[in-house]
Design a protein around this ligand. Sequence first.
Ligand code: ZN
Length: 213
Amino acid sequence: MRVHDVTLALRSDMPVWPGEAGPRVEPLKRIARGDSSNVSVVTIGDHTGTHVDPPAHFLDGGAGVDRLPLEALVGECQVAAYDEDEHVTGAWLEGAAFRPGIERILFKTRNSARWAESGAAFDEDFIALDETAAHWLVRHRIRLVGVDSLSVEPFGSGKIGHPVHLALLRAETVIVEGLDLSGVAPGIYEIVCAPLKLAGGTGAPARVLLIER
Ligand SMILES: [Zn+2]
């Protein structure tokens, strides 16, 4: 058994969504200053790094991250290689080879290779899913969708009302964003996606592991 960690490390100098601050870690206690232990205060946006979007992210009154079904977050998962320079479409999904009955799909795109080289810069040119892809995933009862960018939705789609997020979240599909899939080959794994249990949380950083048997 091999366990792959596909989680971005949380660092103050990591890429974050434009307008958001990166994680801050401030010392509260330090042994070097005469305290009994080392303790830090961490300040972080709930959509920072590798994280999960619950319905409450776009649907007021929707379920928070603490109410996501654990059965969606853990189980068989397919990492699909996507090498195109356009966003993923329903037509592409229709032609892709997915294991019959698969309920969790992660898209490995050119984005994954960019994490290591991007430094703190946010890449507006990331590959995401278009609206037809979101509808395909809902129609095929996919319970968890993972992407290797900070949004499942193309950049700038706020103007057109976030149709990808809305289609997926209305169907209670769990969205996982900010995966680093550079170290894993396409194929079948068991995923363990463990978002922080923030009561009513509008998002939550998650540790995401792929188990290869
Ligand atoms: Zn998000």
